[in-house]
Design a protein around this ligand. Structure first.
Ligand SMILES: Cc1cc2nc3c(=O)[nH]c(=O)nc-3n(C[C@H](O)[C@H](O)[C@H](O)COP(=O)(O)O)c2cc1C
Length: 463
C-alpha cells in the first residue's frame, strides 16, 4: 500500500492553529446554501477552520488483529486510500504570506511551496484563495486496478463539496472550475510527476480576512515530493483515459450543455424533515457505515424528502450549469413508500415508481454482493447522461459526471448524518447488470452507488 500521506519535503511548514472555532450553522441550512458566519480572525485561523472541517483527520480506526491505528478524514475515500491532495494559492490574506501551499493533513500544517503572488492565469485568479485539487491515481490503482480512475474522480467530487460546504459554513462563496489546461496548471504548481490537477476551487467572500496583496518576486521552494512506494505498477489504461480527458486549449471557454430532461412521478414528496445539528459537528462525525441494521426500523418519508432535496441542489461549477446525474432509489424500508425502485424528479419533488416489490437482494447483488446495500433503508444508483455530457464537453464530460456523482454523494453523507442516519458511498457495482435491471437508455451510464440507513455500530472507530 502506498503511503497515504504526501509531503513536499524541505520547504517551510506553517502551523495551522489547533482546535479552531466550531462551525455552528445547522448542517441542513448549509446544504440549503444558507451562509454561516465566523468572527473575522487572522489568516491562519481562517485556513485552519476551513481545512479542519473539509480535509483534516477526524478519527482513527483500530485493526483488531494487530492493534494498529490508522487515520480517517473528514472527506471519505474509496478504501480510505485518499488519492486527493489539497494545494492552495493565497493572495492578500491577513497575516498569512501570499504563496502556494500544500496541505499536510498528518499534522494539520501548510507546506509553503512558493512565496509571492503565484499566477494561475485562470479566470479566478483574482480570488484570494484558489484550491487546486489533485489526484494520485497510483494510491487507488494498486488496489482497484483500472477501475481506480473512476474512484479518484468520485473522491475529487467529495473533496470539492467538503471544501465548498465548509466555505459556505464560514460565510464564503465557492466556484469550481473543471475546464482548465491540465498541463499548464501542473507546471505552474510544479506538481510531482505522479500528481495530476483535477479541479480548481475558488473561494471568495467577506469572512476571508483580507489585506493588500504584495506584488513582489516569487520565491520558489518547491520541495521534494516523498516517494509513496518503493515499487510502482504501470496502468496504461488509466494513463490513456487521463490523457484523453485532458484539455490543452481552453481559449473558447466551456460549452453550455443541453437542458436536463424533466419528468414527473405519481408520488409527491412531503415537506422535508429538519435538524439543528451544527455543520461542524456533522462534518467531523460523518463516517461510512460498514453495514446497516437490516431489521424492521424504517426511515421516514420526510427524512428521504430532505435528503433528496439537499442532494439535488444546484452545484457551483463551470460544468454544472445543467445536471447530468439522476438518482434511482431502491426503497427497502421507508415509511409510507412501498418497497420498489423509484426515479427521482427533483424539479417537481416527485418519485416515479419503475419497479414494485422487495429490492434488497437486487440492490446488494448489483452492488457487487455487498450486503450493506440490502440492509440499508434505501440504496441508490446514480445514472449519468454520459452522452449528453460528452456532446457538451468532449471527453472531459467523463470526468464531470463523476465529479457530480461524488459531490451528490458527499451531500447525501452529510444530510443523512444530520438527520441521525448513516451512509456509505459504493463504488463497486456491476455496471452492465445495473443498466439491464434499471433499463437505462444506452446513452446513459451508472456512475456511483450509495446506501443510507441505520449503521451497525463500529467499535473500532475513535473520534
Ligand atoms: C468513491 C467511494 C467509493 C466507495 N466504495 C465503497 C464500497 O464499494 N463499499 C464500501 O463498503 N465502502 C465504500 N466506500 C466507503 C469507504 O470505504 C470509506 O469512505 C473509507 O473507508 C473511509 O471511511 P470514512 O468514510 O468513515 O472516513 C466508498 C467511498 C467512496 C468515497
Amino acid at each position: 500500500m502506498p503511503n497515504p500521506f504526501r509531503h513536499y519535503e524541505g520547504v517551510p511548514v506553517l502551523d495551522l492553529p489547533a482546535d479552531p472555532p466550531g462551525l455552528e450553522t445547522p448542517a441542513l441550512e448549509v446544504l440549503r446554501d444558507v451562509s454561516g458566519r465566523t468572527p473575522a480572525g487572522e489568516g491562519a485561523t481562517f485556513l485552519s477552520q476551513l481545512l479542519f472541517y473539509s480535509a483534516a483527520i477526524s478519527a482513527s480506526k483500530r485493526v483488531a488483529s494487530t492493534g494498529y491505528r490508522y487515520a480517517l478524514r473528514v472527506n471519505p475515500s474509496s478504501g480510505n486510500l485518499h488519492p486527493t491532495e489539497f494545494h492552495f494559492r493565497t493572495r492578500g490574506v491577513r497575516e498569512w504570506p501570499d504563496g502556494l501551499y500544500h496541505y499536510r493533513p498528518s499534522t494539520h500544517m501548510a507546506e509553503q511551496r512558493a512565496l509571492g503572488d503565484v499566477e494561475m492565469k485562470l479566470g479566478g485568479s483574482s480570488a484570494p484563495l484558489v484550491f487546486v485539487l489533485t489526484t494520485i491515481t497510483w494510491r487507488e490503482a494498486w488496489k482497484y486496478g483500472d477501475r481506480a480512475y473512476r474512484y479518484c474522480l468520485h473522491d475529487i467530487g467529495h473533496a470539492w463539496q467538503a471544501l465548498a460546504l465548509a466555505a459556505r459554513a464560514l460565510g464564503c462563496d465557492s466556484f469550481a472550475v473543471g475546464h482548465f489546461p491540465d498541463d499548464e496548471v501542473a507546471q505552474r504548481c510544479r506538481l510531482a510527476d505522479d500528481e495530476a490537477p483535477m479541479l480548481l476551487v475558488e473561494l471568495r467572500g467577506e469572512p476571508i480576512p483580507a489585506r493588500e496583496s504584495t506584488a513582489g518576486e516569487i520565491v520558489w521552494y518547491g520541495g521534494q515530493a516523498n516517494q509513496l512506494s518503493v515499487e510502482k505498477t504501470a496502468y496504461p489504461w488509466i494513463d490513456a483515459i487521463h490523457a484523453t480527458t485532458k484539455l490543452s486549449d481552453c481559449a473558447r471557454g466551456i460549452s453550455v450543455a443541453e437542458p436536463t430532461p424533466t419528468g414527473c412521478g405519481e408520488i409527491k414528496l412531503p415537506p422535508p424533515a429538519s435538524s439543528t445539528r451544527a455543520f461542524g459537528e456533522v462534518a467531523r462525525l460523518r463516517r461510512s457505515a460498514l453495514d446497516f441494521l437490516g431489521g424492521t426500523q424504517s426511515m421516514s418519508l420526510t427524512q428521504l424528502s430532505a435528503i433528496l432535496a439537499l442532494a439535488s441542489r444546484p452545484l457551483s461549477a463551470d460544468f454544472a450549469g445543467t445536471p447530468f446525474v439522476q438518482l434511482y432509489l431502491y426503497a427497502h424500508r421507508v415509511e409510507g413508500l412501498n418497497p420498489g425502485v423509484y426515479r427521482h424528479w427533483p424539479e417537481s419533488a416527485e418519485l416515479e415508481q419503475i419497479k414494485n416489490g422487495d429490492q434488497r437482494v437486487a440492490a446488494a447483488g448489483l452492488s457487487l454482493g455487498q450486503k450493506l446495500a440490502g440492509n440499508a433503508c434505501v440504496a441508490f444508483s446514480m445514472i449519468a447522461a454520459l452522452e449528453r455530457a460528452v456532446r457538451a464537453h468532449g471527453d472531459c464530460g467523463y470526468r464531470y459526471v463523476h465529479f457530480e456523482a461524488g459531490a451528490i454523494g458527499h451531500r447525501l453523507y452529510l444530510a443523512a448524518e444530520a438527520l441521525g442516519l448513516g451512509a456509505t458511498g459504493i463504488g463497486a457495482f456491476y455496471d452492465e447488470e445495473v443498466h439491464r435491471y434499471l433499463n437505462v437508455a444506452p446513452q446513459q451510464q451508472v456512475v456511483y452507488h450509495f446506501a443510507i440507513g441505520y449503521p451497525v455500530p463500529d467499535v473500532r472507530v475513535r473520534g
